[in-house]
Design a protein around this ligand. Sequence first.
Ligand SMILES: NC(=O)c1ccc[n+]([C@@H]2O[C@H](COP(=O)([O-])OP(=O)(O)OC[C@H]3O[C@@H](n4cnc5c(N)ncnc54)[C@H](OP(=O)(O)O)[C@@H]3O)[C@@H](O)[C@H]2O)c1
Length: 317
Amino acid sequence: MFRALGSLLFYGRFLRSFSALGFRRRADEWPEFAPDFSGQRWLVTGATGGIGRAVALAANRHGATVLALARDTGKLDALQNEAEHPDRIRPVPADMASIAGVRTLAGNPEIAAGEIDVLVNNVGVLRNDFTTTDEGIEMSFATNLLGPFVLTGQLHENDLLAADGIVINVSSGGMYGTPLKLEEMDCREKSDYDGMAAYAMHKRAQVELTRYWNEQWQGMPAVHVMHPGWVDTEGVKTALPGFRTALKGILRNADQGADTILWLADRRPEPPEEGIWLDRELQPEHEFSFTRKSRHDAEELADFLERCARRRAAEQG
Ligand SMILES: NC(=O)c1ccc[n+]([C@@H]2O[C@H](COP(=O)([O-])OP(=O)(O)OC[C@H]3O[C@@H](n4cnc5c(N)ncnc54)[C@H](OP(=O)(O)O)[C@@H]3O)[C@@H](O)[C@H]2O)c1
């Protein structure tokens, strides 16, 4: 009952901003947008569905070669067939939840062929049920956080991220509902699992990781975090059917969800000290005072993820 009321207040607060109403209101003020990504190599995770697919197709249309990462090879073929320049879509079949698999990606021939100008850490799932990967990691933690953390780190270590490039982390407005709590992220027990809370935590952690990478790398490449608002995608349909039914008429389409990613890749602003992008504007990282109350900072988060990844590798032998 309290939870339902909390959700109602939470969604009510953001309705006008995160829905298509907010997008349309802000977009009214924007000049024409005609980016030129010619000669650039993009790596987009989760490139065959929803927002990632819209990013991949638009980047391709505007000149980029897109390394499209997702699991289903049929959907990767479909993406290639649909692209305006199919020769500039390079499928990278991979599972971001498999940490052992992600560790090999820096050696993948498509990825290792040259520097990446734009990395879009887009893949993200909200899992209502507790499931674990073959490596024994809670599925959403592996997919949303540990996999992208390992991938981004490996690409950087192997000099595969262009120093003048950009990394764009796709977070969620859901992160406004939680402070960072490390202990709860590497969940091992079904009874301790709350899918919505876990998702919000991963999305909060992406904001902190953005700060961490900018401090570590000094803007080479620049790292930004954005959230797309509420977008009508398969992910929402599967994970939040009630939310989708209630707001169907005012959810954003995938192109609207992708807009700020493309805009950031074109504009390449200096990484701000804090903030999260929505609709080409920097928004606060906190909307409620309780989410500031975390015992952990960005460095502790990175250290925690490093330890999780190492421990799981050791457990796998
Ligand atoms: N939709 C929204 O309203 C909304 C709101 C806030 C934030 N976001 C964020 O935006 C991002 C994209 O969301 P979306 O709604 O567009 O997602 P989506 O519709 O669920 O699309 C999922 C994409 O990710 C791929 N994928 C899923 N699991 C994967 C894995 N383990 N390894 C590799 N690829 C995987 C899927 O392809 P395969 O199944 O073939 O792998 C597909 O290409 C997420 O980070 C999400 O948290 C979305």
